[in-house]
Design a protein around this ligand. Structure first.
Ligand code: PMP
Ligand code: GLN
Length: 401
């Protein structure tokens, strides 16, 4: 503290401190535990894409500041990806922006689009950077909570965390500027259905709201789930900023290559903020990600099938260990309920888990404003080798005894 006893961290950020991911990864390191907390794959993405990055570096492509909006090769590849997978057309020159990961895209979008005091509706539990970015932009977050539903009694349709559309509609006020949507949803694994998204779109159009949609797990959807980009629904293209990330889709989280697609006026606004955050980032990696986006369908299918096997492996292990498992329809996270283990406090549970079982997980409560609503839920990542998942579930079975 200074002599005036004023804390260094300003009021906007005072509640945020260190992210739970850094805290839990440090705990995993210091205790030698298996880290199923922070969501990063323990295997790098495709070898040919790593080689593409090496080639770009050696050929001197991207070693100096790339163009502010991103290198043309990557912007063209992003536009082609949206067209190929969703039939959405974006102009690579005016409707695509490359960012330093999805994190910067989210921050730049909120900094650019919000006036102080504007309300932002976010689905709770929400990814932690949303709250911090809304705060940095001077906005007010208004959470709408996803709650576990009952599932069907025949057991065929699993329980999921469901969005209450009436609650969403009621949360909109005269001060609401923007809906911040995330599907597939971290941490619950919920994939919003076409019907739900259509209703969200209707609300956005009726109330004339902007929409920022974080679709970084777009290629990780399982079973019968389908990823439906909000921007493709009626009335949405002109009001929607869509965010993607090579970290998730190609398993290179350290490269920090993300992107925004939106109409020219929105891209231009987001770029205005982005140019004063990083200006540009990840030069040589941008060329490599351009190649990654053009990989054949087989890449995306294999990636998904591999993660699906891992989901089922971890879900079975967690069930055996005594957790109640919410089988995710998307993402590489499983949310569990710890109450069947006789536990109620996810924070305390996660802090003790390294000692009890040599595993690290994330307490979902950190993703809630209504912390009590998230207290009994704990998130495990399954983007790990099957050996690691076998070892982790073996250790977690100790909890059952
Ligand atoms: N959005 C969500 C929902 C995420 O889970 C993450 C992190 N994995 C991000 C954004 C940030 O992505 P990036 O690493 O590309 O910044
Ligand atoms: N998005 C990752 C997760 O949810 C973490 C990224 C980070 O550490 N900021 O685990």
């Amino acid at each position: 503290m200074t002599s005036s006893a004023r804390p260094f961290l300003n009021r906007r950020l005072a509640e945020f401190g260190t992210t739970i991911f850094a805290e839990m990864s440090a705990l995993a390191m210091s205790t030698g535990s298996i880290n199923l907390g922070q969501g990063f794959p323990d295997t790098d993405g495709p070898e040919e894409i790593r080689e593409a990055a090496v080639r770009a570096l050696r050929d001197g492509r991207g070693n100096q500041y790339p163009p502010g909006p991103g290198v043309p090769e990557l912007r063209t590849a992003i536009a082609a990806h949206q067209k190929r997978h969703y039939g959405l057309s974006y102009d690579p020159d005016t409707e695509v922006l490359v960012t330093a990961g999805a994190t910067e895209a989210i921050a730049a979008a909120l900094l650019a689009l919000l006036e102080p005091g504007d309300e932002v509706i976010a689905l709770e539990p929400y990814y932690d950077s949303y709250a911090a970015s809304i705060a940095m932009a001077g906005g007010t977050r208004v959470p709408v909570t996803l709650r576990p539903d009952e599932g069907t009694h025949d057991g065929l349709s699993p329980q999921r965390f469901r969005l209450d559309l009436d609650e969403l509609r009621d949360a909109v006020t005269g001060r609401t500027r923007l809906l911040l949507i995330n599907t597939p949803h971290n941490p619950t694994g919920t994939v919003l259905t076409r019907a739900e998204l259509t209703e969200i779109a209707r609300i956005a159009v009726e109330r004339d709201l902007l929409v920022v949609t974080d679709e970084v797990y777009e290629h990780l959807v399982f079973d019968d789930a389908e990823h439906v980009p909000l921007a493709g629904l009626p009335g949405m293209r002109e009001r929607t900023v869509t965010i993607g990330s090579a970290g998730k889709t190609f398993s290179f989280t350290g490269w920090k290559v993300g992107w925004v697609t939106a109409p020219p006026a929105l891209v231009s606004a987001v770029r205005s903020a982005k140019q004063f955050l990083t200006y540009v980032a990840s030069g040589p990696f941008q060329y490599a990600v351009a190649e990654a986006l053009a990989l054949p369908d087989a890449y995306f299918e294999t990636f998904r099938a591999d993660m699906l096997r891992k989901r089922d492996l971890l879900a079975a292990g967690l069930t055996e260990a005594g957790f109640k498992v919410f089988r995710p329809a998307g993402t590489y996270f499983i949310t569990t309920d710890i109450r069947p283990l006789g536990e109620t406090d996810g924070f305390a549970f996660c802090r003790a888990l390294p000692e009890r079982a040599g595993v690290v997980a994330i307490p979902n409560a950190v993703f809630y404003d209504h912390r009590e609503q998230g207290a009994p839920f704990v998130r495990f990542a399954f983007c790990k080798t099957t050996d690691v998942l076998h070892e982790a579930t073996g250790r977690l079975r100790r909890l059952a005894s």
